[in-house]
Design a protein around this ligand. Structure first.
Ligand SMILES: Cc1cc2nc3c(=O)[nH]c(=O)nc-3n(C[C@H](O)[C@H](O)[C@H](O)COP(=O)(O)OP(=O)(O)OC[C@H]3O[C@@H](n4cnc5c(N)ncnc54)[C@H](O)[C@@H]3O)c2cc1C
Length: 643
């Protein structure tokens, strides 16, 4: 490993993340307000039910559905590990590579709501196709160009993307996973103003097929990261290796190297040094694809379980009528309703404008991917041995080839890419404490002198003298929200516990001060509370809107919303309890001892990695960078945030 990489400290990683953070909140955000103790129901109520479909979109959607039904065989795609050419061509003909691209650049000009309906559909069909289309237009060239590209760049590349030239997003490197501070790919200015890119990118989805890439590279001197459109046909761009995974077997995923690749100045996206900000902003919207796709996957699981648990009889009853399985199915339905409620809301907000949805998008990504993974796991349990058996094997012996085994393999990655579950928690936790850092950050900044800190005291006292007491006030009891009928109690709970959440954030700041940033277990519980409260509020608002609209399924929706909220409330109370009654410190100490090899004795009795020369080599410290194990390093007042 290079000396330079060795020297990148936790603090520097935080600085890079902080520098790429959007610091301002110009538009309202439901979750941001929640962290401050304000239950802003008005931001999500009346809940936006889906509008009547535009005929143009309906025609596309139906054609797409027919195409997926008649032309796509997910089991075959999995078995061959390739995208069939006629499938890719068929998608091109449908215009699927240009769904989000405005019409004036040759795309279909769909809204985000429309695009995400297609993502939900794909989530129920094949993860490989979801990844192909999503890597291309949720994070690939079209999205950052739409948001930040010059008119010339848009004119040059968007029509090509819309016509089906596949694009990809290249940020990750062997040493850059969740931590962009370690980025090594260089983009050096030439005297003429162009850039020369050198470096290596890892796990670039669509990389083996792509004609166009968004590449993140840094100035070797200033270390500032910029984003570029790079054509794979240019000299010096090389696909070194196609990566293969547990699932998504057809993924055209590549290691790509760049050797003295000359990139014209006009291919810089946005301004120099703003690459990470561009990547993060791109992801605000782009991140909604996974949670929308997850709803599709969960709905399919629900259908699989509903049908199988009704027809499979064991011990004298359909398995779905044994309580253990019945409960799983009820939870699955209620959670799927809640997942759809939050992500449909966030997607609608992104189209409507006037909201800042970066927290809601992160919440949807984290919450829906975690919940869907649980649902996939339960689906396998309910299908029993048939869940574990491959679809082909089921078909070969004359059973319906329901590919739960493949769904599980394909789905798992969603908790890792486009911001892992841990990184989503960190991202949200950073914003949860943002206001407190703004107001009182000086008090816990070790770089500030005592005089500086004292000078800040009047401002801090003035803020908290009014803010803190009012976090205890407010009416979250009957008859508040009684227009919501039987569901009102859940909104009252959300209201009361929003204030409690903000108090707990504040208490955490007081108790841990600068060390709070390292108290991930504490912070993650706060984020989990916020996500549950968001899901409660969105589910109730949606059920109510359906009732108001005279929706034929309104009563069914209310039943699911009610069950979801009951479950969720118990989780919230448990999370609050665990904030202060836990084994966090003990666990961390044990973990450090495990990492230090003190419990290696427990690994006796296996064929260990040290006895397998190849595996051992790949885990050498040069290959894997341990993070700073210090539980409470003296921090600068730098946030919790990262990618
Ligand atoms: C199939 C696949 C497709 C991909 N497609 C793309 C693509 O198209 N473009 C692209 O640029 N990248 C892509 N990636 C990369 C993907 O985004 C990364 O895998 C992801 O960012 C995580 O990085 P990592 O795997 O190196 O894990 P690491 O960052 O090494 O993290 C390892 C574990 O530690 C956790 N962790 C890391 N930092 C912290 C922290 N500060 N606090 C707590 N926990 C932490 C992580 O959540 C994870 O659980 C892809 C990866 C895969 C496997």
């Amino acid at each position: 490993m290079s000396k330079e990489l060795e020297q990148i400290s936790e603090l520097e990683s935080r600085k890079v993340a902080e520098a790429s953070r959007e610091t301002e909140w110009k538009q309202p955000s439901f979750l941001r307000e929640m962290f401050l103790g304000n239950f802003r129901l008005d931001l999500i109520h009346p809940y936006p039910l889906p509008a009547e479909e535009r005929p143009e979109f309906a025609a596309f959607y139906n054609a797409m559905k027919e195409f997926l039904r008649d032309q796509v065989d997910p089991v075959e795609i999995d078995a061959t590990g390739e995208y069939p050419e006629q499938v890719v061509e068929g998608l091109r003909k449908l215009g699927a590579f240009g769904m989000k691209i405005p019409k004036k650049y040759g795309g279909l000009g769909f809204s985000n709501v429309e695009y995400q309906r297609v993502m939900q559909l794909l989530g129920s069909v094949d993860g490989n196709l979801s990844a192909l289309l999503s890597a291309h237009q949720s994070i690939g060239v079209p999205q950052p160009l739409k948001l930040f590209g010059s008119e010339e760049l848009k004119k040059k590349y968007l029509p090509r993307c819309a016509a089906g030239e596949i694009s990809a997003f290249a940020l990750t490197e062997p040493q850059v996973g969740s931590d962009p501070a370690r980025l090594q790919t260089d983009a050096e200015r030439t005297p003429e103003g162009d850039f020369i890119i050198n470096g290596e990118k890892l796990w670039c989805t669509n990389g083996t097929l792509a004609k166009l890439l968004v590449v993140m590279a840094r100035d070797p001197k200033s270390k500032k990261i910029s984003a570029f459109v790079v054509e794979t046909s240019w000299p010096g761009v090389k696909v070194e290796h196609r990566c293969h995974f547990m699932g998504l077997r057809a993924l055209a995923n590549a290691v790509i190297t760049f050797k003295n690749v000359r990139v014209p100045a006009e291919n810089l996206i946005g301004t120099e040094g703003k690459g990470l900000k561009i990547a993060l902003t791109t992801l605000n919207d782009g991140r909604l694809s996974i949670p929308n796709g997850s709803v599709g996957t969960s709905k399919l699981c629900l259908e699989i379980c509903r049908k199988w648990a009704s027809e499979r009889v064991q011990w004298g009853r359909p398995v779905g009528k044994h309580e253990a399985i019945a409960h799983k199915i009820a939870d699955m339905a209620a959670t799927t309703f809640a997942m759809e409620s939050i992500v449909a809301l966030a997607t609608e907000m992104s189209d409507r404008g006037g909201y800042d949805i970066r927290l809601e998008a992160a919440a949807c990504k984290e919450w829906n991917s975690d919940r869907t993974w649980e649902i996939v796991d339960e689906t396998m349990q309910i299908r029993g041995g048939r869940g574990y058996e491959t679809a082909k094997s089921l078909a070969d012996r004359g059973e319906v080839p329901i590919p739960v085994e493949q769904i599980m393999r394909d789905y798992r990655i969603n908790k890792i890419f486009e911001g892992s579950s841990e990184i989503m928690h960190l991202f949200m936790a950073r914003e949860a404490v943002d206001k407190h850092l703004q107001v009182a950050g000086a008090m816990i900044d070790p770089e500030k002198s005592m005089a500086d800190r004292l000078a800040e005291l009047p401002k801090i006292s003035a803020f908290y003298a009014s803010w803190y007491p009012t976090r205890w006030l407010g009416w979250g009891q009957w008859p508040r929200y009684q227009e919501f009928g039987a569901l009102a109690t859940h909104l009252r709970f959300a209201e009361r516990n929003t204030r409690r959440l903000s108090r707990q954030i504040f208490h955490g700041m007081i108790a841990y001060q600068g060390k709070l940033q390292n108290r991930q277990a504490f912070l993650f519980r706060l984020v989990d509370v916020a996500n549950e409260l968001f899901a409660i509020a969105a589910s109730v608002a949606r059920a109510y809107a359906m009732q108001e609209a005279g929706h034929p399924e309104a009563a069914n929706a209310a039943e699911l919303a009610d069950l979801f909220c009951r479950n969720s409330r118990r989780k919230v109370l448990h999370l609050f309890h665990e904030l202060w009654a836990n084994d966090d410190v003990r666990k961390y100490k044990v973990a450090l001892r495990v990492l230090d090899g003190k419990h290696a004795w427990l690994e006796e009795g296996i064929l260990g990695l040290s006895e397998r020369p190849q595996a051992e080599a790949s885990l050498k410290p040069e290959a894997v960078q341990p993070s700073n194990p210090d539980p409470v390093p003296v921090p600068k007042v730098r946030p919790i945030g990262t990618h």
